[in-house]
Design a protein around this ligand. Sequence first.
Ligand code: SF4
Ligand code: FES
Length: 280
Amino acid sequence: MTHGSSEQNDVPEKPVIITINGRPCRAGKGETVLAVAIREGIPVPHLCHEESLAPYGACRLCLVEAGKPGKTEMTTACTLKAADGLEVITDTPQIVKHRSILFELYLAEAPKSEVIKEMAARYGVTKTRFLKKMETDDPLSEKCVLCGLCVRVCNEIMGAGAINFINRGPYTVVNTPFLEPSADCYGCGACVKVCPTHAVVMEEAGSERVMRSWSGTRVPLAACSCCGMYYAPRELAARTLAALDPHLDQDLAGLCPACRGKRIAEREILARQGGAGNHA
Ligand code: SF4
Ligand code: FES
C-alpha cells in the first residue's frame, strides 16, 4: 500500500492552464482565478480578497465572465477555482456596467476614501446617484466599505473577536461592542494591514498603542529590557514568544527582537570561545 501511494506521488501533476482575456496562464493547485490574475498582473478590481482568509465574495467587484467556450456566466473571480481549460474575460461591457454601478454604491458608502475614488475613476465614475452614507461622528465609517476583512482577520486569524458590525442599515459600522474600548484587542494591527481603504487608524503613544478606530482602545507595549525601546503589544509579544519557544529564558524574553538577536549571537561566540579554551 505504502509503496503504491509513493509511486502515485511521483506522478507529476498535470498543469492547470486557464486563459484570461485570451492569454494562457498557469494556475497552481486550488488557486482561484483572482489569485492567478493578480500574479499575472491582469487588473481585476477587488476589495474583500485577502490571501490569508477564505474567499468571501462580499464586494462583487471582481466579477468576470467565465466558463467553457459558448457557455460562460458572470461570477466572482475570488471564489472561482481555476480548472483546466477555463476561459475568463475580465472586462465585458456587461461587467464594466456592473462594476460602474458598484463603484457608485461604494462612493456613497465611503465618500472620504481616496482608494475608492481612484478605483472608481478608472471606470469613469466620479459621482454617485445613490444617497450618501448618513453622517456619523465616526471618521472610520466615511472610508469604510464594510468589506468585513478587519472583522474576519480579528476573529479568524487572531482569535480576538474585538470588533464586529454594529447597528443596522445605513447606520451599520464596524467597531467594538457598545463603542467602548475593547479588552479583547491585542493591538496587533492586522486590521490596519488588511483594510483595503486604509480606514483603520492606530498610533503609538509612549508606552501604549492606541487603536483610534476601535473606540480609542489602548494596548500596553512591551519595553526592551536592554535598549528600552517599545517594540510590540505586551501580551501579544509574550504569547508569541511562548508559542515559538516555551523554554526561552527570562533574560532573552525581555528583549526586543534586535537585542535578542545580538544577545544570542554573543552567547554563541562565548560558547565557542569557551569550547576552544577547553580544547586547548
Ligand atoms: S474598516 Fe476596512 S477592513 Fe474593516 S470593514 Fe471597513 S473597509 Fe473593510
Ligand atoms: S474580491 Fe471577489 S467579491 Fe470581493
